[in-house]
Design a protein around this ligand. Structure first.
Ligand code: NAD
Ligand code: IPM
Ligand code: MN
Length: 333
C-alpha cells in the first residue's frame, strides 16, 4: 500500500502529521512518502507542482492532502485544481454529520465554473461555466450509488440553479434521468434556498448532488452545523485515484500558531481507511474524536484551550487503547 502525503501550505504542516500518525497506527506497514507542492514551493522554486509530483501522486494508492494557499493572482492556478484535473478526481464527497443529521454532499469536481476556460482583459473578465452530459451523468451515478449504499429514506436532492442558468438545466435534467433510470427517489431544489434550508433543517437531508462551485459553497456553509471548518473532511474520488483532504484551506490567519483543529484532517484519514474497506477502523477513529471532544480537550475553535498536538495526541491515545482492547490487528498490506 502506497500513501502519498502532501502537507501543502499553512496549517497543512500542522494537521497532516497528526492525521498521518493515525493512519500509521492502522496501517503500520504502508509505504508513506511526502510530496511537496503548493504556494511555498512556488515561491521557492517558481513551480507549485511539477510533472514529477503528479507522477508521484499517480504512483500512490491514496493521497492524504493538507491544504494549499492560492493567491488571488490572475496568473496562478490552484495546485489543487491541477491535481483534481490531472487525476480526474471527479467526485468530491463531503459528509456533514451531527447528532440529528447525516448529510453527504456529492460535489462535481472537474467542470462547472472550474473549467479553467477564462480570459481577462482590462475591462472584462470571463469564466466559462462548462457543464457536460457526461460529467453530470457520472456524478449523478456516483450520488445514486452512495444513496443506495446508505439505504436512505430521504430523497436524493439535486441542487441547481436551472431557473437562471442554461448549463444547470442540463445538469438537473441529466441527474433526473440518471436517478429515474436507477429508481432513486429524488427532488430538485434551487441552491440558494436549499443552502438556507439545509442549515435550518439538516435532519431533512441525506445525499445532495450539485455542481462544482455550488458544492464548494454549500459545504463550507455546513461548517455552521458542525462547529466550524475544522471539523469537515472530504474525499476526492476518480476511477483510478483517490485523494483525502479537509474541506478547509491553509488558514493563514492561524498558521504557525499551533491551534488548528486537526479533526477535519483526521476524519479525512478515516475516509481513506473506509476507502480501503477498513470500516471498523474508521468508526473507532470517529468514536475517539467524539470522546475526546466530550472530555473537553479541544482547540480554541471548539471552545477549548488545547493546541493541535495536545488535541490530536488525546485522539491518538484513545485509538491506540481501543486497538489493543478490541484486539484489532493492524492491516498488513
Ligand atoms: P480557510 O478554510 O483556510 O479559513 C477560513 C477560516 O476558518 C479562517 O478563519 C481559519 O482560521 C478557519 N479555519 C480553517 N481551518 C481551520 C482549522 N483546522 N482549525 C481552526 N480554524 C480553521 O479559508 P480562506 O481563509 O478563505 O483561505 C485561505 C487560503 O486557503 C486561500 O489561499 C485559499 O485559496 C486556500 N484554500 C485552500 C483549500 C485547499 O487546499 N483544500 C481549501 C480552501 C481554501
Ligand atoms: C475546496 C477549496 C478549493 C475549491 C480551492 C482552494 C481551489 O475551496 O476544496 O473547497 O474551491 O474547490
Ligand atoms: Mn472550498
Amino acid at each position: 500500500m502506497k500513501i502519498a502525503v502532501c502537507e501543502g501550505d499553512g496549517i497543512g504542516h500542522e494537521v497532516i502529521p497528526e492525521a498521518a500518525k493515525v493512519l500509521e497506527l492502522f496501517l503500520p506497514d504502508a509505504d508513506y512518502f511526502d510530496v511537496s507542492l503548493g504556494y511555498d514551493k512556488w515561491k521557492d522554486t517558481g513551480c507549485s507542482c511539477s510533472d514529477e509530483d503528479i507522477g508521484l501522486l499517480k504512483s500512490s494508492d491514496a493521497i492524504l492532502f493538507g491544504a494549499v494557499t492560492t493567491p488571488p493572482n490572475q496568473n496562478y492556478r490552484s495546485v489543487l485544481l491541477t491535481v483534481r484535473h490531472e487525476l480526474d478526481l471527479y467526485a468530491n464527497l463531503r459528509p456533514v454529520i451531527g447528532d440529528s443529521f447525516d448529510i453527504m454532499i456529492v460535489r462535481e469536481n472537474t467542470e462547472g465554473l472550474y473549467s479553467g476556460i477564462e480570459e481577462a482583459v482590462a475591462e472584462r473578465a470571463t469564466t466559462l461555466r462548462v457543464i457536460t452530459r457526461n460529467g453530470s451523468e457520472r456524478i449523478a451515478k456516483a450520488a445514486c450509488t452512495i444513496f443506495a449504499e446508505r439505504g436512505d429514506k430521504k430523497p436524493l436532492v439535486i441542487g441547481n440553479k436551472a431557473n437562471v442558468l442554461k448549463s444547470d438545466v442540463l445538469f438537473r435534467d441529466t441527474c433526473i434521468n440518471v436517478a429515474e433510470s436507477l429508481s432513486v427517489p429524488y427532488r430538485t431544489a434551487y441552491i440558494d434556498a436549499l443552502t438556507l434550508d439545509v442549515l435550518m433543517h439538516p435532519e431533512n437531508y441525506g445525499v445532495i448532488v450539485t455542481t462544482n462551485m455550488f458544492g464548494d459553497i454549500l459545504s463550507d456553509a455546513c461548517g455552521y452545523l458542525t462547529g466550524g471548518l475544522g471539523m469537515l473532511p472530504s474525499a476526492n474520488i476518480g476511477e483510478k485515484y483517490a485523494l483525502f483532504e479537509p474541506v478547509h484551506g491553509s488558514a493563514p490567519d492561524i498558521a504557525g500558531k499551533g491551534v488548528a483543529n486537526p479533526v477535519a484532517t483526521i476524519r479525512s484519514a478515516a475516509m481513506m481507511l473506509e476507502h480501503f474497506g477498513m470500516k471498523k477502523e474508521a468508526l473507532i477513529t470517529e468514536k475517539c474524536i467524539k470522546k475526546v471532544i466530550i472530555s473537553g480537550v479541544c482547540t480554541p475553535d471548539l471552545g477549548g484551550n488545547a493546541n493541535t498536538r495536545q488535541f490530536a495526541d488525546k485522539i491518538y491515545e484513545c485509538i491506540k487503547e481501543k486497538i489493543s482492547s478490541d484486539s484489532i490487528k493492524p492491516y498488513n498490506r
